[in-house]
Design a protein around this ligand. Structure first.
Ligand code: 2PG
Ligand code: MG
Length: 429
């Protein structure tokens, strides 16, 4: 039993300089934890509600005082002095207190901050590291994830002309976590040189990746291929490429608009383009290749490319077990992006992960484009044995805190790196 002694929340800032919720929870044992929640820019329609004040006199309407008040004045009085058997008991209590399907009464940002602070405090009370606690409550074996490092930003995450939101590298061929990290970092720096040589901008986007204007989306792939070579690594052996197209953002009037390529495409034509990219470049994974409601497009891409590469559903599944179930039935995608704040509690997140694993879908634990110093997802990725984590470029502290936490976890746990051992095996199943 975990008895809650105190609970408080405050408005803090995220990496984009907008307010977000931080909760501070203390158990009777004295175990005390802070947790804060992230925020997306390219959000899915079916995400749980992020409660914003909409008061234009404060932070352009983006204040979260209502969510903070919901923690301090609604949740706190009803949980302080109460004992909860485990994470599920607390989360179910919060869900019943909210009572809505999308957490619109209390706000997913209020609920998640409490859910995560409780998990951290429980780990402290048990005197085990957070990743171990998460492994115990989810009955998963530890594993070090392959980092999907977003080294070139476009779409809603940058002010450049590149349509694809994220160009990522995956050091699948590394022997262990440290080597994977080093490979990714060296490619990131090599890319900076490649861009400079091409007289391109090296300013960065929301997730720390470079955000130059380019003549086409494909030019981004070419620049990254040059960077891999420059770093002395072999693309397609040491390192693979991954994309998050965030196709919701490109969809208008039943067509996909690629501004930098000056193209308007049907779903089939877009899939033709992906297919030709997959033939030309060592692309291992494409996320949100189609828009969230384009189920026929999703089915077509899964039929055509699903046995060759990983197809990740983000906006289409929104970490929601009900939506994932529908996707599994419809045979859409073969992997799911897991974002805690899309669903709003740790327990539901673990439920979605379990569902995905059962259906042999890959799980990728992910940050949001707006982050804080919170490193919960690093522990989560190891604790649930997710084989991948998506947490931005190896630059800017909001991204680096996750990488540094993974390095600490690796040193302590010696968990096996998922690259060659597990992920490649799944891919060639
Ligand atoms: C995504 C995420 C994270 P955002 O689309 O996968 O990279 O972006 O948080 O803006 O939704
Ligand atoms: Mg995405």
């Amino acid at each position: 039993m975990f008895n809650i002694k105190s609970l408080h929340a405050r408005e803090i800032l995220d990496s984009r300089g907008f307010p977000t919720v931080e909760a501070e929870l203390c158990l009777n044992s004295g175990a005390k934890a802070l947790a804060s929640v992230p925020s997306g820019a390219s959000t899915g329609t079916y995400e749980a509600l992020e409660l914003r004040d909409q008061d234009s006199t404060r932070y352009m309407g983006k204040g979260v005082q209502a969510a903070v008040n919901n923690v301090c004045k609604v949740i706190a009085p009803s949980v302080i002095g109460k004992s909860f058997a485990d994470q599920a008991a607390l989360d179910h209590f919060l869900l019943s207190q909210d009572g809505t399907a999308n957490k619109s009464k209390l706000g997913a940002n209020a609920i998640l901050a409490v859910s995560l602070a409780f998990a951290k405090a429980c780990a402290l009370e048990k005197q085990v590291p957070l990743y171990q606690h998460l492994s115990e409550i989810s009955s998963n074996k530890l594993s070090m994830p392959v980092p999907m490092m977003n080294i070139l930003n476009g779409g809603a995450h940058a002010d450049n002309n590149v349509d694809v939101q994220e160009f990522m590298i995956m050091p699948v061929g590394a022997e262990n976590w440290n080597q994977a990290l080093q490979m990714g970092v060296e490619i990131y720096h090599a890319l900076k040189h490649v861009l400079r040589e091409g007289k391109l901008m090296t300013g960065v986007g929301d997730e720390g990746g470079f955000a130059p204007n380019l003549s086409s989306n494909q030019e981004a792939l070419d620049k990254i291929m040059s960077a891999i070579e420059r770093a002395g690594l072999v693309a397609g052996k040491d390192v693979f490429l991954a994309l998050d197209v965030a196709a919701n953002e490109l969809f208008n009037d039943n067509k996909y608009y690629l501004a930098s390529d000056n193209k308007q495409l049907s779903a089939t034509q877009l899939i033709d383009m992906y297919e030709s990219w997959v033939q030309t470049y060592p692309i291992l994974s494409i996320e949100d290749a189609l828009q969230e409601s384009d189920f026929s497009g999703w089915q077509e891409i899964t039929e055509r490319l699903g046995s060759k590469i990983q197809l990740v559903g983000d906006d289409v599944f929104v970490t929601n077990p009900t939506r994932l179930k529908q996707g599994i039935e419809k045979q859409i995608a073969n992997a799911i992006l897991i974002k805690l704040n899309q669903i709003g509690t740790l327990t539901e997140t673990l439920e979605t992960i379990a569902l995905a694993k059962n259906a042999h879908y890959q799980t990728i634990i992910s940050h949001r484009s707006g982050e804080t110093e919170e490193s919960f997802i690093a522990d989560l990725s190891v604790g649930v044995g997710a084989m991948q984590i998506k947490t931005g470029a190896p630059a800017r502290t909001d991204r680096i805190v996750k990488y540094n936490q993974l390095t600490r976890i690796y040193e302590q746990s010696k968990a096996v790196y998922a690259g060659k051992h597990s992920f490649t095996k799944w891919l060639h199943k």
